[in-house]
Structures are given as structure tokens and as C-alpha cells.
Design a protein around this ligand. Structure first.
Ligand SMILES: Cc1cc2nc3c(=O)[nH]c(=O)nc-3n(C[C@H](O)[C@H](O)[C@H](O)COP(=O)(O)O)c2cc1C
Length: 403
């Protein structure tokens, strides 16, 4: 995702400095070229050698150390960086950047760069709440500097409050969001549905399916990376929420239907990857059903969300999913027409590496014209981008738009 990108990680003097080692390691794993600048205080907490080994690049701590090349280091790094991420960012460093002070290698290089700068503050909660720190953050945000908000919890000093360095994964996520992908879905509102539904029988039991929500979440995340305004309507899953995605949690098919209908009116694209139960128990018992010898569950049909959607906005791009155990192509072709879709993504549940729960999928895509494309097994994250590529092409055709 970050191949060919140059990222400068600035490490400041706080207890959380050790967590920056994990950040550098994760950025390297995503194939970024990483350079680390440490403040002198940071080097009191963790050795530059750690970052040198992880980044596989020389670590700079002193602006006036013997130059290694003819280049003026702070200017050359400032120029070649695609992004700066300062983690942990001390109150001191935030204050210096906000006030135009460049008295060390990190603050000077940040001042000299035109690349995006992301601050991940970490400090004692009283320091973080200090109005001067808050004012500095607001001022920097108004100048388009990015911030990853610190978390709430028990801090190293023993206080409880906001000030913990944000999760490293959230910092990485923000980096990817900013420089990982071209913003080719900017200005589009994309509604994605994901996960299973739960159809209650009584207060303790429900009917559901094996959907993990991974495919829908991958699409929502990818669309967000590409600049779309994303709404995710999700059934119950064990997945982490996606920062920056407007997430609506539902349980039953009826709730999903209502949420999708409410939020899809102004959506340019609707991608329905949720595994919605076709039926629900005709009645939900108020009390736990007791064991008995004969027991039937009368079922009634749930609303067909895709079909209902197709009666709405014509210009919307609509993508459905089809999960079958046989006659995949036949059913998918029927569904694309019956539900008036632009594209259907079909997978065979019985194929190893496809379908529910796993991180990969093997699919065929069929468009309205009946053209079929078959794909080999691939990560759901990768597939999400291919689906969005097709969506973008269809949207452009429908709207004669330049995206
Ligand atoms: C043990 C210890 C822990 C510290 N932790 C933090 C911290 O988490 N956040 C912070 O803003 N400052 C912290 N400080 C204060 C900074 O180290 C101090 O403001 C320093 O001047 C920051 O320098 P720098 O911004 O150049 O890295 C800590 C200081 C000590 C001695």
C-alpha cells in the first residue's frame, strides 16, 4: 500500500516513544521508505539504534552532526517526504510547530516540508487538556495539519484521562488514508452493507448465518481510502470499527432495511454485501421458549432490500453479492436482472478460500450486459479495490462524469 512512499517518522521525548518502534516496523512492512528523526529528549527514552535497525536508515538526532552527504539533510528530507508522522508528539513539539520555532532537527524539517504532517500526541491528561496545548492543536488543524486523537485510559504517570498515544494501527490507518491511494472516489457517497442479520426467536435465541462482515468492511475501508464519503450499515460482527466511516449498527433484516432505505437516498453507490436473512420467525416470544417434544418455527419473508432499492434512484450504481453452493453463474445472471443491478459479485461458498469468515475470496463479476469476469483467489482487501474500480467505471458511464 505504501510502496515507493517516503515517510519521515518524528519521535519526541515521551514515555510512548517505544511505541514508535512498532509504528516504524508496520510502515516498513507496508513497503514504505522510512526515515526517523528523533529529538534529543526522545533519545533519552529509546536508542536511535532501535530505529536505525527497524527503518534500515541512518537516524538523525542532531541538526549539527557531521554531514554524511553534500545535501543539507533537513531540506532534502523535507523535500523528498510524502508524509511526516510525529509520534509521540510532545506538548513541546506541538507548541514549537504552532509557533514557527525550528530549534532542532525535527521542528526545522517539519517547517521546511510541504508534505502532509500527522501528529499523534501523547502526554499527561492535564497537559493535553491545557488550553494552550488545545489552542495550538486547533490552530495547526486550521492550517491542515492532521491529528490522530490520543486515547483515554490509565496513563504512565498513574492518572486516568485522555493522553495515551492512539493505537499504532490507527496511526498507520491515517497514514494510508492520506497517501496510500489516489482520491478517485472523492465526492461520491458510498453506502455499504455488511455482516449477518439476527432474527430473534425469543430473548435468548436467534437465527443467523456465518457472515463475518469482512468483505463489506474491506469495501468500506477501501472506499474511504479513495476519498469517498462512506456509510456502513452493519449487522453484528467482531470487527473493529473503521475510523472516519459513518457506521450504523443493526441487528435484524428489518432494521437493516430501514437503515439502508434511510441512508441510500442521496448515495451515488450502494454496495450490498450483507448476508441478510430471507426469513424471520413470524413471532418473537416474550419469554424463553421452554423445551418441548414438538416444536415448529413459523417463518415469514423479510423485505428484499436490493429489490426495493432498485425501485428508487435510477442513477445510483448498485452492486449486489450472490453467495451460492451450486449453479453460481446461472443464479447470479438471474439476480443481476431481477434486482436491476449494475454489477453482481458472485462467490461459491463451497470453494476453499471463498465466502464467509476467511480473509480471501474467489469471485466472478457479472454486469448488466451479462459480461462475466472471473478472478483467482485474492485477499478481500484487494478484491474490494477491484470492485470499486468497476463501480467507478460504471458511475462514469452513467453520469458521463470525470472522476
Ligand atoms: C519521564 C518523562 C516522561 C515524559 N513524558 C512526556 C509525554 O508523554 N509527553 C510530553 O509531551 N512530554 C513528556 N515529557 C516532557 C518532555 O520530555 C519535555 O517537554 C521535553 O522537552 C520534550 O522534548 P521534545 O519535544 O524535543 O522531544 C516527559 C518527561 C519525562 C522526564
Amino acid at each position: 500500500m505504501l510502496k515507493g512512499k517516503v515517510i519521515v517518522v518524528g519521535v519526541c521525548g515521551g514515555i510512548a516513544a517505544y511505541k514508535a518502534a512498532d509504528l516504524v516496523s508496520k510502515l516498513k512492512k507496508l513497503n514504505a521508505e522510512v526515515h526517523v528523526i528523533m529529538t534529543r529528549s526522545a533519545a533519552e527514552f529509546i536508542s536511535p539504534l532501535t530505529f536505525q535497525s527497524l527503518s534500515q536508515n541512518y537516524v538523525i538526532t542532531d541538526m549539527f552532526q557531521e554531514p554524511r552527504t553534500w545535501e543539507i539533510e533537513h531540506i532534502s528530507l523535507a523535500q523528498k517526504a510524502d508524509l511526516f508522522v510525529i509520534a509521540p508528539a510532545t506538548a513541546n513539539m506541538i507548541g514549537k510547530v504552532a509557533n514557527g520555532i525550528g530549534d532542532d532537527m525535527l521542528s526545522t524539517t517539519v517547517m521546511a516540508t510541504k508534505s502532509p504532517v500527522v501528529f499523534a500526541p501523547a502526554m499527561n491528561c492535564n497537559m493535553y487538556e491545557n488550553p494552550i496545548v488545545q489552542q495550538n492543536i486547533k490552530y495547526l488543524e486550521s492550517l491542515s495539519y492532521h491529528f490522530v486523537e490520543p486515547g483515554y485510559g490509565r496513563l504512565a504517570c498513574g492518572d486516568m484521562g485522555r493522553g495515551k498515544l492512539a493505537k499504532v494501527d490507527d496511526i498507520v490507518e491515517r497514514v494510508i488514508e492520506i497517501i496510500g491511494y489516489p482520491k478517485d472516489l472523492k465526492d461520491l457517497k458510498v453506502l455499504v452493507s455488511a455482516g449477518p442479520t439476527r432474527e430473534s426467536l425469543d430473548p435468548v435465541r436467534f437465527i443467523t448465518n456465518y457472515s463475518s462482515g469482512k468483505m463489506g468492511y474491506a469495501i468500506a475501508r477501501a472506499a474511504k481510502y479513495r476519498g469517498a464519503d462512506v456509510v456502513l450499515v452493519t449487522g453484528p460482527t467482531a470487527l473493529e470499527p473503521i475510523a472516519g466511516v459513518d457506521t450504523i449498527k443493526v441487528n435484524s433484516a428489518i432494521e437493516m432495511y430501514e437503515a439502508v432505505m434511510e441512508h441510500s437516498g442521496d448515495a451515488s453507490v450502494v454496495i450490498k454485501s450483507a448476508a441478510v436473512s430471507d426469513y424471520r420467525p413470524a413471532a418473537v416470544h416474550e419469554h424463553k421458549i421452554k423445551k418441548r417434544d414438538d416444536f415448529n418455527i413459523p417463518l415469514v419473508k423479510n423485505p428484499d432490500i436490493l429489490l426495493e432499492l432498485s425501485k428508487k434512484a435510477e442513477n445510483q450504481v448498485r452492486v449486489g453479492f450472490s453467495m451460492e453452493t451450486r449453479d453460481l453463474e446461472k443464479y447470479a445472471r438471474e439476480k443481476v436482472l431481477k434486482k436491476n443491478l449494475d454489477l453482481i459479485v458472485a462467490n461459491n461458498l463451497l470453494q476453499q478460500g471463498a465466502g464467509f469468515g476467511v480473509d480471501t475470496n474467489i469471485v466472478k463479476m457479472i454486469n448488466r450486459q451479462g459480461d462475466i469476469e472471473s478472478f483467482p483467489m485474492m485477499a478481500k482487501d484487494e478484491l474490494a479495490h477491484i470492485i470499486l474500480d468497476r463501480v467507478r467505471e460504471i458511475y462514469k458511464e452513467k453520469h458521463q462524469a470525470h472522476l
